[in-house]
Design a protein around this ligand. Structure first.
Ligand SMILES: NC(=O)c1ccc[n+]([C@@H]2O[C@H](COP(=O)([O-])OP(=O)(O)OC[C@H]3O[C@@H](n4cnc5c(N)ncnc54)[C@H](O)[C@@H]3O)[C@@H](O)[C@H]2O)c1
Length: 392
């Protein structure tokens, strides 16, 4: 099974290819997608992607006449930094990459975001081909053109990491999601991808697929067991939702009443605050700290639903359904060790979605949709936080 989903953006539309065995075709697909003749290609690879996968991609690019160099990065949120971007820029310059030569981002969302940003600013912009290798990157990060890095206000401190604070829009020329690459993913990382899929399911009404959430509820076990056809359909339906929302508001400029692309941040203001608290872990054990992005997103969705419930924007059945599917996906639904409500809200006020010092939360509604809520009453936000606190 194989799908091609078009992403329509102002500059230049592009295609997301989804299926098994696709990394052997990166060369051909790249040659077709580039407008001008390229001579070299540069791969930025996730150091945890098996060498055989990097070699397959490099061989495929060589087969269409490109000279290929690659460079590996072991991704972490701390290394999603301007320093990493500078290293990549230097390596690209050493590889003598020119304006028409593509850079290939081969890895999870961190590699995609950092590499996309480097591609956007190298010689004022060169083509980037996104080759996502995590479920989260396939369904979300590789599509839509947001690139960037975190900004560390203090060295080494996760709490002072401003998530995705520096970046630009730089749409990929092509996205190739080879489902086979998910086989080596640690189960924890696969589950993180399901959190963003659940988020898309909650946006089904605006994304044109109202059946996605209930379809996912019936297939969760197949996703976790890595059934290939189920994964291809899962990625395709999620990419279609993201593509439709991005096409409607490419640069997130819609007003709050319309929502637009900002709705894709459903649950994310809670998530960004939670994931920068370094001692938190999904099971309370220090060895599993910190939370991964998808785990924080799952908790953020539950907190957003409880906030929405407190504001009577959604009913109890909707909020319970969200908690149940996140739990069934093997993601944490409550955690120990959160700071006080006031401290967490203060951290949320550092989110880049804040405007004029006011919180802007994206909250789910029971209609399979979401809405922007400006400056919600703190009691409602506290009700959201209470929903994810593990009682001691
Ligand atoms: N640009 C966007 O629109 C967008 C959207 C959503 C998330 N993001 C960003 O994406 C990042 C999260 O992405 P992620 O969940 O992919 O995390 P990640 O990039 O940290 O990857 C997760 C882990 O999986 C490993 N890995 C990757 N591919 C592998 C493979 N095939 N086999 C074995 N291990 C593999 C990585 O080395 C890492 O340890 C966050 O920084 C988030 O801000 C960006």
């Amino acid at each position: 099974m194989r799908f091609q989903i078009p992403v329509h953006v102002a500059d230049r539309s592009y295609t997301v290819h989804i299926g098994p065995g696709l990394f052997a075709q990166v060369g051909n697909l790249t040659a077709l997608a580039l407008q001008r003749q390229a001579h070299r290609a540069f791969i930025v690879a996730d150091a945890r992607v098996p060498a055989s996968v990097v070699i397959a991609v490099a061989d495929s690019l060589k087969s269409v006449g490109l000279a290929v160099r690659s460079w590996a990065l072991k991704p972490s949120e701390q290394d999603k930094s301007l320093a990493s971007v500078e290293r990549i820029l230097i390596e690209m310059a050493k590889a003598k990459l020119e304006r028409d030569d593509p850079v290939i981002a081969l890895g999870g969302g961190i590699i995609g975001d950092v590499t996309g940003f480097a591609a956007a600013i190298y010689r004022r912009g060169i083509p980037v081909i996104q080759c996502p290798t995590t479920l989260l990157a396939m369904v979300d990060a590789s599509v839509g053109g947001k690139t960037g890095v975190n900004l560390a206000l203090a060295e080494g401190s996760l709490a002072d990491l401003k998530k995705n604070f520096v970046g630009v829009f730089h749409q990929p020329r092509l996205v190739i999601a080879d489902i086979d690459s998910l086989k080596t993913l640690p189960p924890r990382v696969l589950r993180c991808g399901l959190a963003e899929c659940i988020k898309h399911g909650l946006l089904g009404a605006i994304g044109g697929d109202t059946a996605l959430l209930s379809w996912m509820e019936t297939r969760l076990d197949l996703f976790l067991a890595q059934d290939p056809d189920s994964l291809v359909e899962l990625v395709s339906r999620n990419v279609a939702i993201k593509a439709r929302i991005v096409a409607g508001d490419e640069r997130e400029e819609a007003d709050d009443a319309t929502g637009g692309r900002a709705l894709l941040n459903l649950g994310h203001t809670f998530a960004h605050a939670i994931e920068t608290i370094s001692h938190l872990s999904p099971d309370g054990t220090p060895k599993n700290a910190p939370l991964q992005h998808g785990e924080a997103v799952g908790l953020g969705l539950i907190a957003a639903a409880a906030t929405s419930r407190a504001l009577q924007l959604c009913d109890a059945a909707t909020a319970d359904r969200i908690t149940t599917i996140i739990n069934r996906a093997g993601l944490p639904t409550r955690i120990a060790g959160l700071p006080t409500d006031e401290e967490l809200i203060a951290q949320m006020l550092h989110d880049k979605k804040v405007r004029a010092g006011e919180l802007r939360l994206i909250l789910p509604t029971q209609s399979g949709d979401a809405q922007v809520v400006r400056n919600p009453p703190s009691e409602a936000v506290k009700a959201g936080i209470a929903a994810i606190v593990l009682p001691v």
